[in-house]
Design a protein around this ligand. Structure first.
Ligand SMILES: [Zn+2]
Ligand SMILES: [Zn+2]
Length: 262
């Protein structure tokens, strides 16, 4: 059965972040299951494994999930917490795979890739993705849809035979064109960076806003991810899970969560 593995579920600073001692970070120091590496996912089709984003924690994520073969990378946008792990794939490609790894990236990020990683020109074969274009991976279709995040950013609609999953880690609400496409999805995996006040309403969402978005697009289930939990109002994951128990259709993501696709 194909599956989507949430490799990381934290916002840019990670949880715990090294410079913070809020209750959420203290909880993660004490209980490793509440730590959150930077956001990304792996789509396992049954034949191949495609990474969605490459966080700076990529190596530890692949080791943790025992993923030893990677067949491609799909970048949602060019922000450090989503692309910095590309460098982790250099030795895999040179020593093990021995042929270039397909890298799908935002058209506007090609120049930035070349500037940031001149030494990886031989490691990846670049394909700038196009919004609303479907990309087939072993019968599963990935469609990049516009997100509201300042820089050119995609969320992904993942469609397999029996399920539709929308993966939007970094977005402030959805443009109408994307909302239309994801209406009625089985699963909306959604940016919920902030607990309490949203400091960046142009580019991220709060927990409450993410829950609202799930209702608006009539998602059957909403999973909150890209959590910072220590910005405006600190909260522990245990508290958040307890609070959300009153929303049976909403779950808090955890690193390593596996979601089966029908
Ligand atoms: Zn991010
Ligand atoms: Zn971002």
């Amino acid at each position: 059965m194909p599956e989507l593995i949430l490799l990381g579920t934290g916002a840019g600073p990670g949880v715990p972040s090294f410079f913070c001692s809020c209750p959420g970070c203290r909880e993660a120091w004490q209980k490793n299951e509440y730590s959150r590496t930077r956001s990304g996912a792996a789509l396992k089709t049954g034949k191949r494994t495609l990474l969605i984003d490459a966080s700076p924690d990529l190596r530890a994520q692949l080791v943790r999930e025992k993923i030893s073969v990677v067949d491609g990378v799909f970048l949602t946008h060019w922000h450090y917490d989503h692309y910095a792990g590309l460098g982790e794939l250099e030795y895999y490609v040179k020593l093990e795979r021995r042929e270039r790894l397909p890298l799908y990236l935002p058209p506007s990020a090609v120049q930035q890739f070349n500037g940031a990683f001149p030494n990886l020109a031989e490691v990846f074969s670049l394909t700038p993705w196009r919004f609303f274009n479907g990309y087939d991976f072993d019968g599963i279709t990935l469609t990049p849809l516009p997100a509201n995040h300042g820089v050119e950013t995609a969320g992904l609609l993942v469609e397999s035979g029996g399920s539709r999953v929308a993966y939007f880690t970094d977005t402030a609400g959805l443009p109408e064109s994307s909302a239309e496409k994801v209406r009625g999805v089985d699963l909306l995996i959604c940016d919920a960076t902030f607990y309490g006040e949203n400091w960046f309403p142009e580019s991220h969402m709060s927990v409450d806003e993410a829950i609202e978005l799930g209702k608006k697009v009539e998602a059957k289930r909403t999973i909150l991810t890209h959590l910072s939990i220590h910005y405006s109002r600190a909260v522990t994951s245990e508290e958040l899970e307890e609070e959300l128990a009153e929303h049976p259709d909403v779950d808090v993501a955890r690193d390593g969560l596996r979601l089966e696709l029908l």
